[in-house]
Every structure is written in structure tokens, then in C-alpha cells.
Design a protein around this ligand. Structure first.
Ligand SMILES: Nc1ncnc2c1ncn2[C@@H]1O[C@H](COP(=O)(O)OP(=O)(O)OP(=O)(O)O)[C@@H](O)[C@H]1O
Length: 130
């Protein structure tokens, strides 16, 4: 299982809404879009200690993550329509989206788009590929 770290980056022409992240729901690609795996995420996201865990910022961490703009995610989820909602977790709603495959631009893949809600802002945010 591979993981996507939440992207902190905001674009100037986008609304201030750092609440979206995306994960690939398709297991058919067989390739990861990121260097993180479930082990590294569990180290930083599930360990509850009094000591502060030193997590490198999103911008410092080397990765091959693809960043999506708010507009791209809006398009992928049909405007974050209610009919695209496939679940809701502790961080917020999860939408079914469709994007061009990073490996083959002629194909489309289904993705889960997680929306960080107000409650979720209080916690670290990671999402994962199923
Ligand atoms: N990659 C995915 N593919 C398909 N459905 C997903 C995917 N990610 C999330 N979901 C759906 O959205 C729901 C909420 O997922 P989410 O990961 O946000 O919360 P969670 O699994 O309850 O964990 P937590 O909120 O504690 O992180 C899931 O129960 C599932 O139904």
C-alpha cells in the first residue's frame, strides 16, 4: 500500500483551500506515485507520544508526488457533487473522481479525492491507496 502525503502548496490563482488530496483507487497501475509506504506513514500518523515527531515539511520531502490544483480536483469530481461522495472519514468527505492516468494520458483512472474538513484540520492528514 502506498501513501500520498497531504500537499501544503497553494496556487496563487486558486481559492485558499488546502483541503484536497488524492489517492489512486485503481490497483491496476501497479506503480506508485510516491515514495511513501504504509510503514513510513504509520510511523508519523499513528504513533501518539508526548515527544514531537520531526516530520519534514511537504516541500522539503523529496517525492514524485503529482500535485493537483483545486480546479483539477473540482473537474475530477464533477464539482465535488454530492453524488460523487463515496465515503466520509475522520478528516472529511471522500469523493470518487476520474483523472488522466499519470502513466498513460490516453487512459483515465478512478481516484479517491479526500476533502479536509474543519475537524480534520486539527490532525495530521495522510491518505492512502486502497
Ligand atoms: N482510496 C479509496 N477508495 C475507495 N473508497 C475510499 C478510499 N478512501 C476512502 N474511501 C471511502 O471513504 C471512507 C472514508 O475514508 P477515510 O480514509 O477518509 O476515513 P477512515 O477510513 O474512516 O479513516 P480516518 O478518517 O480515521 O483516516 C472509507 O470508509 C471508504 O468508504
Amino acid at each position: 500500500m502506498y501513501c500520498f502525503a497531504f500537499t501544503c502548496h497553494e496556487e496563487k490563482d486558486e481559492p485558499k483551500n488546502p483541503t484536497k488530496s488524492i489517492s489512486n483507487t485503481s490497483s491496476s497501475t501497479g506503480r506508485s506515485w510516491t515514495g511513501l509506504n504504509s510503514k513510513s506513514v504509520s510511523k508519523v500518523s499513528t504513533k501518539r507520544t508526548r515527544r514531537r515527531v520531526n516530520v519534514p515539511s511537504c516541500l522539503q520531502r523529496p517525492s514524485n508526488l503529482k500535485e493537483f490544483t483545486f480546479s483539477e480536483l473540482k473537474l475530477a469530481t464533477n464539482g465535488f457533487s454530492r453524488s460523487s461522495i463515496i465515503g466520509e472519514g475522520g478528516f472529511g468527505c471522500v469523493y470518487l473522481g476520474s483523472i488522466k492516468s499519470p502513466q498513460d494520458q490516453t487512459k483515465r483512472v478512478h481516484v479517491a479525492v479526500k476533502q479536509l474538513g474543519r475537524r480534520g484540520l486539527q490532525a495530521s492528514f495522510f491518505c492512502y491507496i486502497s
